[in-house]
Design a protein around this ligand. Structure first.
Ligand SMILES: Nc1ncnc2c1ncn2[C@@H]1O[C@H](COP(=O)(O)OP(=O)(O)OP(=O)(O)O)[C@@H](O)[C@H]1O
Length: 227
C-alpha cells in the first residue's frame, strides 16, 4: 500500500452528455509515482474520465483535486494553464499541430513554461530520441505516420517533467514491440520524476507494464487493484 496524499484525485466524479452518464460517481486517487492502467469495454467512459481528470471536460458533479487545488472550480484558462505546465496528455486521436514540425510540437510545453528556444529544442530532441523518432524532428507533423505522431505526442507529454501523465491509448497505432518500448520510456521518465502515470488501454500487455489496474464499466469503477 502506498502512503501519502494523491497528486490527482476524483471524488464522486460524474460527467454526462445529455442523457448519457459517461462517468458515474467515480472515486480515484492517483499518488505520486503510481502507474495505473485504465481498462474497460468500448464506451464505458475511460476517455471521459481521463478528460475530466485533466480538466478538459468539466464534471456535472463531484470534485477533481490536482496538487491540492480544486481543478474543476478553476476557469477554463486556469485549468488549461495547469494542464499545460504540470500535466502531460496523450489524446486518443493525437492533437499535435500539423503545421508545426515534430520537434516544434514537443517544444511547446517548455515554451509555455518560458524556456528559451535553444534549450527547449535540445530537451525536445532528447525526448524524441528516447522514443526513437529523433530523425523526424524537422518534418511537419502532418507528413509523418500515425504511429510516429503518437510517439511524438508521448515525447510532448513527458518533456516538461509533469507531475501527472494521462495517456489515452498512447500505443494504439504501434506494433507490439514499439508499444512496449514506448511504455518502458513512459514508465522510466515518470518514475525518475516521481510522477503519476495513467494509461487507458485495451491491451493487456500494455497494462502489464503498470502496477495498478482500474476497470471501468458503465461509467463506474468495476474493479480496482492497487499494488
Ligand atoms: N462528446 C460526446 N457527446 C456525446 N456523448 C459522448 C461524447 N463523448 C463520449 N460520449 C458517450 O459517453 C460514453 C463514454 O464514452 P468514452 O469515449 O468516455 O468511452 P471509452 O471507454 O473511452 O470508449 P473507447 O474505448 O471506445 O474509446 C459513451 O456512451 C459515448 O458514446
Amino acid at each position: 500500500m502506498r502512503l501519502g496524499p494523491a497528486v490527482l484525485e476524483a471524488r464522486s466524479l460524474t460527467v454526462s452528455y445529455g442523457e448519457t452518464r459517461a462517468v458515474d460517481a467515480v472515486d480515484l486517487a492517483l499518488r505520486p509515482g503510481s502507474r495505473t492502467a485504465i481498462m474497460g469495454p468500448s464506451g464505458s467512459g475511460k476517455s471521459t474520465l481521463v478528460h475530466a481528470l485533466a480538466g478538459v471536460v468539466r464534471p456535472d458533479a463531484g470534485e477533481v483535486w490536482f496538487e491540492d487545488e480544486r481543478l474543476d472550480q478553476l476557469s477554463e484558462a486556469e485549468r488549461s494553464r495547469r494542464r499545460l505546465s504540470r500535466m502531460g496528455m496523450v489524446f486518443q486521436f493525437g492533437d499535435l499541430v500539423p503545421e508545426l514540425t515534430v520537434v516544434e510540437n514537443v517544444m511547446l510545453p517548455l515554451q509555455v513554461l518560458g524556456e528559451k528556444a535553444r534549450p527547449a529544442r535540445a530537451r525536445a530532441l532528447e525526448m524524441l530520441d528516447a522514443l526513437g523518432v529523433a530523425d523526424l524532428a524537422d518534418r511537419r507533423t502532418g507528413t509523418v505516420s500515425g504511429g510516429q505522431v503518437q510517439r511524438a505526442a508521448v515525447a510532448r507529454s513527458l518533456v516538461h517533467g509533469p507531475s501527472v501523465v494521462l495517456a489515452d491509448e498512447p500505443t494504439g497505432a504501434l506494433d507490439s514491440l514499439t508499444a512496449e518500448q514506448v511504455l518502458d520510456t513512459m514508465v522510466a521518465v515518470t518514475s525518475a520524476a516521481g510522477a503519476a502515470l495513467v494509461v487507458v488501454t485495451h491491451d493487456h500487455v500494455v497494462a502489464s507494464h503498470l502496477d495498478d489496474l482500474v476497470v471501468v464499466r458503465d461509467g463506474r469503477v468495476a474493479e480496482a487493484a492497487v499494488a
